[in-house]
Design a protein around this ligand. Structure first.
Ligand SMILES: [Zn+2]
Length: 693
């Protein structure tokens, strides 16, 4: 090793013209016999750092188990600090996005290098990390902790009805197995003499010996993954060249199995005659875009109450905070002890539930409220998406149907030359309705299928008769869109660009907006009809009052320089007579007499005693001293208005010929800076005083 170090130092100096500093170098000697004294005897520099536990190479811990555990603990502490800072963000949506898309991925590289699934080594650390990460949805949903089903839904990807929080428990085994499998396939080609150090994990059995330590941990990770998904070993038989793709394949395989586990948990919780959790979970699986939409505009931005309600319904947890007291719907006054009815027969499920299902149904009964909050915004969004794809469309055109009085929601003029169009009518469906819930809990998309059937029976014959195509756009309360509607959006993307990447970007853009619009409408329906306690003294709790944005800081104003008043231009007499006076009315009221207050007080002049001539017989005496007026008071006696001569002042020749706007007005007198008409201008800008007539 020492020779290798010297060789490296030589090459570094020869080729890179540098100098290796031994005080910045590090010796990792895992053998217990290689103490620091032994290394010094071998010739290592004395100032070189030394460790027998481990070191860090390219961000990965290399060393014994305790060193790896301490390294992982330090890494987790750094991530938990970021999560603490994240809690200060005011927007729930921003907290969720940063946690799922940025912070949660920081643990991935570490989990590829340590056996994170080993409970004995890293169990406490994994528990601490997952609890800290799931504090974000806990905080948003106002929950202390999650039960098994919401916790599982948090870690599932959005395509499986989850939120996409990659927890330690859901990532560690697939990350470590993918990294080990990648090394097991690439290392023998690079170092054939060490090919026995990395046997493939699927071939390691209980009788295999000896087993390298990393291979042992990989085989245990594969065994745990097999317990979740029996087909997990098939993903590593022919691994792709990319480590990232291999890990994605393993994770996708196990996620599908964990989605089945989520369905089983839903059925365990559900009432047999009203399985709303399973029906709602299937509906949620059709929306993989709402919780990954970046809030860049009003379409994809949620308020905190809306986002909290949407996330709670996604996690199948209750929205109503109190469950023990009798509650009443604030709109229809139905109470929580009323049973839900199927074909007029009560079932075990309450009519006023804790998850917001009744509010959606109640808004349906309230005429127009469900349409204004949910249906109409979705229709307008479809119309906007069609416009964005450069396809002409009409929003709720009247008198379009020839054979009926029906008014379609949107008409897409797909072939205007031939006069053919796609007539669309949107339908919002609720899979938790009492009559359809069992069927929707068994077949994903059953509510959309029923809505499509009803729309076709209502519209198909009339649109076919006028050679148009009818397309029912069906969307469920959880976000699932019908297959025909998805095909329509996909066809719209073909009108935007010829490249697959641009078409995929447009389709994602369109789906994000439709899903966000639908989820926002559902949340606002629930907020419009809250359930309150049946006690008469209880008022509905509206939550925190949004204070809005703070006012902007005062704008800085540059001080206006004080310039001397502008002098009036010398108007010619003819022009002054021709122009009307826009400022001063033609007939002014007579001026009242001067107010007494206008006269400044005339201060008495101080008179000094006559000087006394000193005589030789009399001693010199000072004159009697008295406090006289200040020079300022004395000076004020000079320019007061009352001392001006009271001789008659010549009146203005004509009103129209006065010097307009060039003077300042003080009570009843006008000071003109120019001379009256007919008089020559005074040099030096003399002031003329005039009385108003
Ligand atoms: Zn109600």
């Amino acid at each position: 090793m020492l020779e290798a170090y010297r060789r490296w130092a030589y090459l570094y100096s020869k080729d890179l013209q540098g100098e290796l500093r031994s005080d910045k170098s590090f010796v990792y000697a895992p053998s217990p016999n290689l103490t620091k004294e032994a290394l010094l005897k071998l010739g290592f520099p004395a100032d070189m750092k030394f460790s027998q536990d481990g070191t860090r190479v390219l961000g990965a811990p290399i060393g014994n188990d305790s060193f790896k555990a301490q390294f992982a603990s330090n890494k987790v502490d750094a991530i938990l600090k970021d999560l603490d800072v994240l809690a200060l963000m005011p927007s729930f949506q921003a907290q969720h996005l940063i946690a799922t898309k940025s912070i949660a991925h920081r643990i991935n590289h570490l989990l590829r290098n340590i056996p994170g699934g080993e409970i004995d080594l890293l169990g406490d650390l994994a528990f601490r990390y997952d609890n800290a990460l799931l504090l974000v949805p806990n905080r948003i949903c106002h929950q202390i902790s999650f039960q098994a089903l919401p916790r599982l839904l948090c870690s599932l990807p959005q395509a499986h009805g989850g939120l996409g929080y990659r927890t330690w428990a859901s990532t560690c085994d697939s990350a470590f197995l993918a990294a080990y499998t990648h090394i097991a396939h690439t290392f023998p080609s690079l170092f054939p003499q060490y090919k026995d150090r990395y046997p493939q994990a699927q071939f390691i059995t209980a009788g295999t010996s000896p087993v390298p330590r990393q291979a042992y941990f990989a085989s245990r990770a594969l065994a745990r993954l097999r317990s979740v998904s029996p087909t997990a070993a098939e993903t590593i038989v022919t691994p792709p060249p990319s480590l990232r793709e291999l890990q994605h394949n393993i994770t996708s395989n196990t996620d599908s199995a964990r989605a089945l586990l989520a369905t089983a948990l839903c059925h365990d919780i559900d009432a047999p005659d009203h399985p709303r959790h399973a029906a709602m979970y299937y509906s949620n699986c059709g929306d993989p875009h709402t919780f990954s939409s970046i809030p860049i505009d009003a379409d994809t931005t949620f308020t905190n109450p809306d986002f909290a309600t949407i996330m709670a319904r996604r996690l199948l947890i209750q929205i109503t905070p109190n469950t023990r007291e009798k509650r009443r719907c604030s709109c229809c006054k139905i109470t929580s002890d009323t049973r839900l009815e199927v074909k007029k027969k009560p079932i075990s499920y309450p009519a006023l539930d804790l998850y917001g299902d009744h509010q959606v149904l109640c808004m349906t009964k309230m005429k127009g409220l469900r349409a204004s909050r949910w249906h109409d915004p979705v229709v307008r969004m479809i119309h906007r998406i069609s416009k964005a794809a450069n396809i002409p469309s009409s929003y709720e055109p009247s008198s379009y149907m020839i054979l009926s009085n029906q008014r379609p929601d949107v008409v897409i003029h797909s072939d205007p030359l031939n006069g053919q169009a796609i007539v669309m009518d949107c339908r919002t469906n609720d899979p938790t309705l009492a009559g359809d819930c069992i069927k929707c809990a068994q077949t994903p998309g059953a509510a959309n299928d029923e809505g499509t059937r009803q729309k076709n029976s209502k519209w198909l014959s009339a649109t076919t008769a006028q050679r148009d195509t009818f397309l029912p756009f069906c969307i469920e309360v959880g976000g699932r869109i019908s297959t025909t509607s998805l095909d329509f959006l996909r066809n719209l993307s073909f009108a935007t660009s010829n490249t697959p990447s641009d078409r995929a970007a447009f389709l994602t853009w369109a789906l994000q907006r439709i899903h966000c619009t639908s989820q926002r409408g559902v949340a606002q329906m629930i907020h419009a009809c809250p359930s309150i306690r049946a006690d008469n003294h209880e008022l509905p709790f509206g939550g925190l009052v949004p204070l809005g944005l703070p006012p902007p800081p005062p704008a800085f104003r540059r001080p206006v320089p004080c310039h001397p008043p502008a002098q009036p231009p010398a108007w010619p007499l003819a022009a002054a007579l021709a122009l009307p006076d826009p400022q001063i009315p033609q007939a002014l009221p007579p001026s009242p007499p001067l107010s007494p207050a206008f006269h400044f007080p005339i201060l008495p002049a101080h008179t000094y005693p006559p000087p006394v001539d000193p005589t030789p017989d009399q001693p010199f005496t000072d004159p009697p001293w008295s406090v006289g007026p200040s020079p300022t008071q004395v000076d004020n006696t000079i320019p007061v208005m009352a001392d001006l001569p009271q001789e008659p002042i010549p009146a203005l020749p004509t009103r129209a010929s006065s010097h307009i706007g060039a003077t300042r007005q003080n009570q009843d007198q006008l000071y003109f800076s120019g001379p009256p008409l007919g008089l020559p201008p005074e040099p030096g800008g003399a002031v003329y005083l005039h009385d108003l007539p």
